[in-house]
Design a binder for this molecule. Structure first.
Ligand code: NAD
Ligand code: MG
Length: 382
């Protein structure tokens, strides 16, 4: 039997590790063709040795060749070269690079005509309306890996007719029970400790501000071609329902599964999660209570702001996304407070669109120009 050839962009991260844990149990079926990371080359080489991977990509420029014995590998030393890892043999690409750094790479991956599992929401938002168009044009099969969007994808496979709207769920993050006063003094350590999911730093902070959910609402719009009023979110702390499809006849459908990223990821390699064993099964008798709570947008203004930029359209969702990336980084560097991440996003959005037009169908150059403008004019107060 021919093995499935797979590439993992972002192999050293949280999604990358979950993907590799699935592959490690299915080595007869799946061969890892290529892996990449940003700078943690030691970890990348460890993975390459364990999974007998020949093609490795990384950004680190100052490497000790002898220490890493790179001659054994076909190396791609810069993200601008990572697309060359894709070959005629590639079957499945996992795109799990965090943030916007992978935007040009993703644009090329979308033109590959391969099956692509995409975890990265930031790039989907910035590519925006064109995401659907490009992947269709090049016959690239997209399977969303973000748990909510993966649930939507499988729910919509069972076509039950026309639906009114889609609801995604949120755990509410680590600060769901904090009041506004407590939120003012949140530390980085508290913000990256998610109650349910174990994830990379940026997405953990995004979950704490609920920016993650705001981004996911916009992600859903672009992935599933939704109108702005067709998508909403609700808090569901148990995290076993990830999305609901709300049909015209009043019926809603949902899939129930534990919050474990191996479930969406394995759905790309196997027929409906065939490979996973019962350790992962949902035992409803263990849940006393399934709660659904409206999101308090006063406490978590990211959601309100997300809707506003989605309605503005054009460059606005990208600007919101880009500002968030810059502001999260400033929070990590302790230059701004936790609550400033969303507050300064709103302040900067106002400044940016009072001085720059919102371009309806932005091109790559428009994104580049607005990023430059923001880099030079970002307001973070005194
Ligand atoms: P992470 O920080 O754990 O891993 C990020 C990976 O991307 C690493 O391999 C890192 O080396 C690589 N990377 C980072 N910057 C890079 C650069 N400039 N060039 C090349 N490679 C770079 O992040 P994660 O939690 O695995 O999340 C990855 C993506 O998946 C994010 O966009 C996130 O929003 C999304 N996502 C993650 C989860 C989760 O459970 N972790 C769930 C849903 C969606
Ligand atoms: Mg998610």
């Amino acid at each position: 039997m021919k093995k499935i050839n797979t590439i993992i962009y972002g192999a050293t991260g949280s999604i990358g590790s979950s993907t590799l844990s699935i592959i490690s149990k299915n080595l007869k079926k799946i061969k890892v063709e290529g892996i990449t990371c940003d700078r943690n080359v030691s970890k990348l080489i460890k993975i390459a040795n364990t999974f007998k991977v020949k093609k490795i990509g990384f950004n680190e420029k100052s490497l000790n060749n002898n220490k890493h014995n790179l001659k054994k590998y076909n190396t791609f030393n810069d993200i601008s070269l990572f697309h060359n890892i894709i070959s005629s043999k590639t079957d499945i690409i996992i795109f799990a690079i965090s943030g916007l750094a992978g935007i040009d790479l993703l644009s090329k991956v979308l033109m590959s005509g391969k099956k692509v599992g995409i975890a990265n929401k930031e790039c989907i938002i910035t590519i925006g309306n064109k995401f659907h168009y490009i992947s269709k044009k090049y016959n690239t099969k997209i399977i969303p890996l973000d748990s909510e969007h993966n649930a939507i994808y499988y729910l919509l496979k069972h076509n039950l007719g026309k639906y009114n709207s889609i609801t995604i769920t949120a755990t509410g993050g680590p600060f769901i029970h904090y009041n506004s006063k407590q939120l003012k003094n949140v530390t980085l350590k508290q913000a990256i400790k998610h109650p349910v999911w174990k994830m990379g730093k940026k997405i953990s902070i995004d979950s704490a501000t609920m920016m993650n959910k705001a981004l996911e609402i916009i992600e859903a719009k672009y992935l599933f071609n939704l109108k702005n009023d067709q998508i909403d979110a609700i808090i569901h702390p148990q995290a076993i329902i990830h999305a609901l499809i709300n049909y015209e006849n009043g019926v809603s459908t949902a899939i129930l599964n534990k919050p474990d990223m191996r479930i969406p990821i394995s759905s790309i390699y196997f027929d409906f999660n065939k490979s996973l064993n019962s350790e992962i099964a949902v035992n409803l008798s263990k849940y006393n209570n399934l709660e659904f709570i409206p999101i308090d947008t006063k406490k978590f203004p990211a959601i309100r702001l997300g809707y506003e930029v989605m309605k503005m359209g054009g460059l606005a969702p990208h600007v919101f996304n880009y500002l968030n990336e810059l502001l999260v980084d400033l929070f990590i560097k302790k230059r701004i407070k936790f609550i400033d991440i969303v507050r300064l996003n709103e302040v900067n959005l106002d400044i940016i669109f009072s001085k720059n037009p919102n371009i309806k169908n932005p091109k790559k150059i428009d994104i580049k120009n607005i990023n430059n403008w923001i880099d030079n004019n970002l307001y973070i107060g005194n």
